[in-house]
Design a protein around this ligand. Structure first.
Ligand code: T4K
Length: 388
């Protein structure tokens, strides 16, 4: 059966960056050239920062040169020490930022449906050395922010969210104490600080880039200081900061990409519906359905393959897809707890992380980006279904 479908002529990747019209970008760059101002809080940076605040519906934001440096800075800004509870089911950057801050990652197992950190497993991992929870809104699906907040409050822990995948995600919340109607809140308004990545592979991007968002107005000058070497003024450097500044070329690209994000999201919505059409109810294929309380980010489309029910393992599908020029990714395999630098930590033992270890063997990120035609989605799904 499988031989009857021809491979794609050009590789179909897991994602492709949203590229605005080059002339529009050139016009934006003309402003940069005229100003002769290439970095250090220039005009493009200021414009983008304001638009990010509005778009993400957050009180404050600070732009960065990438999401990883932003997250490193968030740990510094909150003065974290000792141990930080986090998820093993994430990109390498998440635990690495802890290591770069001399913090010990403590891996907590994940929820089998959302694949986010499982709040019911967090409290057993808290010790006198724990200073924070670093949770990830994996694939843009929001964590159980209410449960995490309750635990953090009870144990006086800080909360950082890695929202690298969650640009524009929103959550409908009901304030039980007031009689107000449920309201939608930007995902960047939860916890003490939230990080967004603006990497080329993200729905919204500035080539490389990122941002921190937060509710506390006092954090704004502090974070801006930390990302600019700790320079207060010409005569004073008051703390050991880093260079986390987004430059004007990145910000200019971000501004023109931002204008295209809604249209990109609409295209991805259609692609997602098409995947759902083909794959809903297929034995051995599962994917996370977004609850009605969530406005999704449309960042990734990830399936889970159960070999017993589907007939082929995730690794077999990943490898056989390549014969058709379909380049899927195993986000997130291997688990961070399996990396050489973390595997000897007590919390990294597979026995402590049964759900993450099972899911790590099953996940496959499918091609998902606005430029992917529905015809291509049909063909990818046919190939997948024929692999059984
Ligand atoms: N936290 C989480 C949860 C994250 O997922 C990430 C980043 C971070 C923190 C850190 O944020 P940043 O410091 O990156 O801002 C990619 C991205 O490089 C990385 O940003 C992202 N997560 C991760 C999930 O995916 P790789 O190693 O898979 O990238 P790569 O180069 O293999 O690209 C994937 C596919 O995208 C390619 O097969 C083709 C396509 N592609 C990629 C690039 C760079 C393009 O078509 N054009 C491009 O320019 O990590």
């Amino acid at each position: 059966m499988t031989q009857t479908i021809r491979p794609f002529k050009k590789p179909i990747y897991v994602t492709r960056p949203l590229l605005p019209d080059l002339d529009v970008f050139k016009r934006q760059l003309e402003h940069v050239w005229e100003s002769q101002w290439l970095t250090n809080n220039g005009h493009q940076h200021q414009l983008l920062e304001q638009r990010i605040v509005e778009t993400l519906r957050v009180p404050h934001a600070s732009l960065f040169n990438n999401g990883t440096i932003a997250l490193i800075t968030a740990c510094q800004a909150l003065g974290l020490t000792g141990e930080v509870i986090t998820t093993p089911f994430t990109f390498a950057a998440t635990p690495h930022v802890l290591a770069w801050n001399n913090l010990t990652p403590v891996f907590c197992d994940i929820d089998p449906v959302t694949m986010n950190i499982d709040p019911s497993k967090i409290e057993a991992l808290i010790t006198p050395r724990t200073s924070a929870i670093l949770a990830v809104h994996v694939f843009g699906h929001p964590c159980d922010v209410a449960a995490i907040e309750t635990i953090a409050h009870r144990h006086k822990l800080k909360v950082i969210y890695d929202a690298a995948h969650a640009f524009g995600a929103e959550l409908t919340v009901t304030d039980e104490t007031s009689k107000k109607l449920p309201t939608k809140k930007g995902i960047g308004t939860f916890g003490d600080i939230t990080m967004f990545s603006f990497h080329a592979t993200k729905l919204f991007h500035s080539g490389e880039g990122g941002a921190l968002t937060f509710n506390d107005p006092n954090l704004k000058p502090y974070i801006d200081l930390l990302k600019n070497f700790g320079i207060k003024n010409e005569d004073e450097v008051i703390l050991p900061g880093i260079n986390g500044k987004m430059n004007e070329i990145q910000a200019a690209l971000g501004l023109v990409v931002l204008d295209e994000v809604q249209a990109e999201r609409r295209r991805r919505q259609k692609i997602l519906a098409r995947y759902h059409h083909w794959l809903t109810g297929v034995p051995g294929i599962e994917f996370t359905k977004v609850p009605s309380s969530v406005t999704p980010s449309y960042q990734y489309f990830v399936i889970r393959i159960n070999k017993q029910k589907f007939g082929k393992s995730r690794d077999e599908v990943h490898s056989e897809f390549k014969n058709y020029n379909i380049i899927t990714r195993k986000y997130f395999y291997p688990l961070c707890s399996q990396y050489d630098c973390y595997r000897d930590l007590p919390s990294a033992s597979p026995a402590q992380l049964p759900v993450a270890n099972t899911i790590g063997q099953q996940v496959l990120s499918m091609p998902f980006y606005g430029g992917l035609s529905l015809k291509s989605v049909d063909k990818i799904c046919q190939i997948l279904l024929n692999l059984r």
